[in-house]
Design a protein. Structure first.
Length: 252
């Protein structure tokens, strides 16, 4: 249930992407809407957006009348959220060590940020700790089948790790042992006109940090052509797929 994550490198990667993030964040918006659909109508309360990014969903919660705390590991992302006035409060912090007191929010929400935890179980415990009894934790994350097209294409060319590894759905479930956790999983596919566009979509959302090891090799025109030969495609273009896992925890 653990990864060795260089949190500073993650924060820097997302900070570099902050200015143009929303242009590439289709998956994040889809995932967030899926999470929204899991909720009944909520009376106004305090919502923690843990891993807020540019604050796209912080703004949604604010517009619905909630008091919103936007938290992110990346100073650049948090600055973008603040510039756009997406929340009421802005906190620089780590989901695995939330700078909030126990039972201080009515709901904790984390959309596609939990995959950057060193220890997913610790991250989930922290979200539950700050959420009042009777409140809920909602989160989405990525599981091990994500980005297999990128992985397989690169494996045909070299032995370096070019894509992050993600936990299995079983490991994600195990991280919630002892919690009232309900999980669901689906495959989300995107299509791109060429390999460069697919890779640019990953860079555009800051998802370029490698958990362990480092990618190697310049993306020359020849390299891109070689990747394209091994990258799955169909009449709709080059495929990029994600195993999206959503979770709901009822806090007691």
């Amino acid at each position: 249930m653990t990864h060795k994550v260089n949190k500073q490198a993650v924060a820097q990667a997302f900070g570099r992407a902050a200015g143009g993030y929303d242009r590439f964040a289709g998956l994040q918006r889809y995932s967030g809407e899926r999470l929204m659909a899991l909720l009944p109508a909520l009376s106004a309360g305090t919502v923690l957006d843990a891993g807020c990014g540019t604050g796209w969903f912080s703004r949604r919660w604010r517009e619905q009348g909630h008091q919103v705390i936007a938290l992110d590991l990346s100073p650049g992302m948090l600055a973008q959220a603040r510039r756009d006035e997406t929340a009421h409060h802005y906190l620089l912090g780590d989901i695995e060590a939330l700078p909030l007191r126990a039972h201080s929010v009515d709901m904790s929400w984390s959309n596609l940020a939990m995959q950057w935890c060193d220890d997913l179980a610790q991250g989930l415990r922290e979200l539950c700790r700050v959420t009042r009894p009777g409140g809920r934790v909602l989160f989405s994350t990525l599981a091990e089948a994500s980005l297999h097209e990128v992985r397989s294409a690169w494996q045909a060319l070299d032995d370096y790790q070019h894509v992050n590894t993600f936990l299995s759905e079983a490991a994600i479930r195990q991280a919630g042992d002892g919690l009232a956790l309900r999980l669901s999983s689906e495959t989300v596919e995107q299509r791109f006109p060429d390999v460069r566009s697919a890779l640019q979509s990953l860079k555009g959302i800051g998802a370029t940090h490698i958990h362990q090891g480092r990618a190697s090799g310049l993306l020359t025109r020849q390299r891109l052509q070689q990747l394209a030969q091994h990258w799955p495609q169909d009449e709709r273009g080059y495929r990029l797929s994600y195993q999206l896992v959503t979770g709901v925890i009822d806090c007691v």
